[in-house]
Design a protein around this ligand. Sequence first.
Ligand code: ZN
Length: 84
Amino acid sequence: MRRACLGWRAVLDSAAMEFQEIAQQDGIIQVTLDGKPLTCLVCGNNSYHERNSMLNTRVREFFNIAWTGDKATNFVCTKCGYVF
Ligand SMILES: [Zn+2]
């Protein structure tokens, strides 16, 4: 099922890590990796914004072509702004 989503998820799948996003309200997501919550290295927070959601579609399309998509996606800590 997950392979039906965006291409960068398929890249994570190929790295053999169980990666899951849990969507919260207001565009906030929680991320788990191998069943463990991804916590911010700086402040210990565990909710994030997806950085590519801040880009408009045109920019995203460009990144998908130029960078194969996965590098255009980062998680930004909602508390301190640390970028993963
Ligand atoms: Zn943080």
